[in-house]
Design a protein around this ligand. Sequence first.
Ligand code: XMP
Length: 525
Amino acid sequence: TILVLDFGSQYSHLITRRLRELNVYSEMLPCTQKLSELSWKPKGIILSGGPYSVYWDDAPHVDPEAFEMGVPILGICYGLQEIAWHHGKNVLAGDKREYGHATLNIHAHEGKSSHIDQLFQTLEKDMEVWMSHGDKLSHLPPSFVTIATTPNAPFAGIAHENKPYYGIQFHPEVTHTRGGTKLLKNFAVGVCKAKQDWSMEKFVDKEIARIRAMVGEKGQVIGAVSGGVDSTVAAKLMNEAIGDRFHAVLVDNGVLRLEESQTVKETLTKHLGINLTVVDASERFLGLLKGVSDPEKKRKIIGNTFIEVFQETAKKIAEDAHGSSRQGEIEWLLQGTLYPDVIESISFKGPSATIKTHHNVGGLLEGMHLKLIEPLRELFKDEVRALGTNLGIPEDLVWRHPFPGPGLAIRILGEVTKEQLRIAREADKIFIEEIRAAGLYNQISQAFAAVLPVKAVGVMGDKRVHAQVVALRAVETTDFMTADWFPFDGHFLKRVSRRIVNEVDGVCRVLYDVTSKPPGTIEME
Ligand code: XMP
């Protein structure tokens, strides 16, 4: 295992990520981790970048034990400053330096200690690297040599003469640094001799064993499922670990897509063997949404009602479970939290600071005395997909676009009525069907049909009609923070528009949304 100590850089998680791509197992912990408290010995330590200056009074520092453990250390950006600081506090100048691309000049040290050149082995001589701001070394710490420079950074890379300690000012973990993954491999595999044996199969075995140990022989777990990738994968993993002692709950909130709750039920129970309770609370939700057109109010109503319904259902399931021969209380709540959600909470202020909860289950923990179980918290989205495939979840579901908790309520602009719901469902079905038929589904990150709160005039079968307007939205994005609209060709849009107007009663016009995010958002409300 390679230990990544996080000093709070926005790129820290990418280090873990790249190592996993190399099949090297790594764990990221806050930089203040006491190393004597670890139950395992790392093969190597990577100190991440961070937004501080090492000479600030309140700057975080690595446990000095790191330099006593006899393991290789690689410092990146702030991590380099940390290594320099540890070896002589007067080697730093406090001026901010370059940001962005730079060309790295690698210095070979043939004949000296063999480890020195190992970091840059087989890398191009003029490597393009990505720098991010930080302080400069004013001169080398004692016993260190320069292994790389850039036109602006005379100490862009340094190495200890006798020990496997390296510092680099650029970020090898970002894709802008060409050869960055190779450099990390040189460190992890070459210098640290870490094994490249991490795999999804191993993750599954380890995680199942961990869940069983946590939950015990009788413990029971409850969790909400939505039909989305994360909750389904988490549910399947629980099912593999503890079978029917995991209770999945699907709340039909009345604003799901066409035939969604039946489809989810079919997949989860028939194909995946998950113990699922479906609660049809659609009338309750729709009743509360009546007359409400403000988007945030709609979200609140759906979020709060979801919590109420889930808690009522959990209580019933718990009573049934208690009455049955299975015994055991429900003590655990499953959440499909992913790694990007936990990153913020493992900054050096400590892991307990904040644990981000899913939009829709945020309030559950307060009202129920449950402990949290998050089996996906080490994984990135594409790893969750790989895990899903590994667990036998159908590919269609594994690659499904995200669907928001407030569902069609935020895709029907203005008040949600049954008529608008019918239109949204039917139009969305046609749009997605055509996207799949054109082989575009996996190129698009999210797509849907929305219903605008206006009517427009049209002429259908020689008659003048006054009917609803449907807006289509399809975007490409990697992080859902920024997005661009998908450039369908005209023939595709023509086909979808013709089908929607012909097949969906009460629609006379179809628009395509050509707004990027920002300034638009992905959803229309
Ligand atoms: P926006 O519209 O903010 O959407 O650009 C970004 C991503 O978040 C989803 N989204 C939500 N998901 N509850 C959710 O569970 C919500 O209230 C919500 N609002 C937006 C949206 O579908 C997109 O994937």
